[in-house]
Design a protein around this ligand. Structure first.
Ligand SMILES: N[C@@H](CCC(=O)N[C@@H](CS)C(=O)NCC(=O)O)C(=O)O
Length: 217
């Protein structure tokens, strides 16, 4: 039983620690499942062999004994089937954890990404200057909703960490370059609480170590 995940061999500094294989590395660390990384060079993701596994040419994919999955939400939930740390045993608890995975990916990530893409890639474009206030306002409303839902609980579903917190934390990390999250003390503390988990530290270190091999070469 060998688990392999795909990741990029190298990315520019702004993307280090943000590439989405981090989610899968983190889930595997929480579950205590060993894995190896298949590092892609620029262009490898367009090979027909890789496209057959990941239709959009993105990282990560998860491979285990011929079984292949793409999309980090699906992969983390699949790993969660083997880890009560990620998905609680009771059906309602599992459903709520899944709900938060989907909320992170569907109700927060697109809006965080929209602002981040404007700020990082398009900030000098005229259209981006016009779009930015509306996009930021929309994101702010989503963060207000998330902050209210979290309230003073340690985790989204209460007292225990789940796969929903794992994905939500990595989505909130997209905003690390802005002060937007700091508008909500509870979200800032929540993200720091999740990031203080040893499994997160090992996952981040592993991603950075893989980039470091190339930086050192
Ligand atoms: N929805 C996908 C997004 C994956 C994704 O955007 N991966 C990025 C790296 S963080 C990528 O491979 N980008 C290259 C590309 O889109 O061509 C998931 O969650 O797995």
């Amino acid at each position: 039983m060998t688990i392999t995940i795909s990741a990029f061999a190298w990315v520019p500094d702004f993307a280090k620690g943000q590439v989405r294989d981090l989610r899968v590395r983190w889930a595997l660390e929480e579950a205590g499942l060993p894995y190896r990384a298949r590092l892609l060079e620029q262009g490898d993701q367009n090979d027909p062999e890789y496209r057959a596994l990941q239709p959009f040419g993105q990282v990560p994919i998860f491979e285990e004994d011929g079984f292949v999955l793409f999309e980090t939400g699906a992969i983390v939930l699949h790993i969660g089937e083997r880890s009560e740390v990620l998905l609680p045993p009771d059906p309602k608890g599992r459903a709520r954890a899944t709900q938060w995975v989907v909320a992170a990916l569907n109700s927060i990530e697109p809006f965080a990404l929209q602002v981040a893409l404007i700020d990082i890639f398009y900030k000098d474009e005229e259209w981006a200057k016009l779009r930015r206030p509306g996009a930021a306002d929309f994101l702010r409303r989503r963060l207000n909703g998330l902050s209210a839902a979290l309230g003073d609980k340690p985790y989204l579903d209460g007292d225990r960490f789940t796969a929903g917190d794992l994905i939500m934390t990595t989505v909130l990390r997209i905003l690390d370059y802005t002060p937007m999250l700091a508008e909500h003390g509870n979200l800032t503390a929540y993200k720091a609480r999740c990031e203080s988990r040893p499994a997160y530290g090992r996952a981040l270190a592993a991603q950075l170590a893989d980039f470091g091999k190339r930086d050192a070469a």
